[in-house]
Write a protein of this length. Sequence first.
Length: 260
Amino acid sequence: MKIATFNVNSINARLPRILEWFDASAPDVAVLQEIKCIDEKFPALEFEDRGYNVAVHGQKTYNGVALLSKHPIEDVVRGLPGDKTDEQARYIEALVTPDAAAPVRVGGLYLPNGNPAPGPKYDYKLKWMARLKKRAAKLLENEEAFVLAGDYNVIPQAEDTHDPKAWWGDALYREETLAAFREIANLGLTDALRQHDPIGVHYTFWDYQRGAWEKDHGIRIDHLLLSPQAADRFRNTGVDRRERGKEKPSDHVPVWVELA
C-alpha cells in the first residue's frame, strides 16, 4: 500500500500538474494540504474518475485538506479533536480498508506555520501540536496501524535545511517547535523517511523566492509518522523531487511510504 502526502498549494490552480502526478505515481492513499477551497469547489470528479474515494475538509481561500483512497474509507474525522472553537480546516482522518490487507488509519494534517514567533500565531501552533500529541496517544491505545502524514511545518534536524543557522529562530525551527515534535514522535512513532535514511538530505519544500529551487535551498517539512504496527509493515519511502521542477508547481513535493 502506497500512502502519500502532498501540499498542493491550491488544488484548482495546479490541477493539471497534480493529476499528472497521480497518474504517474498511482498512490493507494493520498492526503492533500492547502487545497484552498470549500468542499463544493473541490474537483472530486477528476479523482473519482481515477478510482478514488474522496473525503474533503475545505475552507475558502485558506488551508483545507483532503483524503483520497482507492480503497473503501470509513470513520471519517474532519478537524483535529480537542478544540471545538477551532475553525481552521487542517486535519482529516479515515480508516482505509484494502481488500487483501489489514486496515490502516490515515490522518492528513496541515500543521500551522506559526510565524511570526513568538506571538499569537506561534501560540496557536504549539497548542495545535499539543492536540496532535493527544490524538496520536489516543490512536496508539487502539494498537492499530496508522500514519499521520502531512505538512508539519517543522524542520526536525539540521540535515533538513540547507542553512540551519539562517532558519534557527523561525517558527519551523525553534527549540519549542522541536521539543513539541519530539514529544509526538517519542510516543512511539517512526519518521518514515528517517527510518530509511537517518541523515541524508531530502528536501520537500523550496520557496518561490530568491531562486531557492535553482540553488537547492530547500527544507524538509513534510513527514509521515508511523505507528509501531505501521512501521512493522514498512517497505520503502521516497520524495518525488522532480515535481518541483515542472511548470507552475507547488512549492512542496509529494512524499510517500509503502507498507506491506
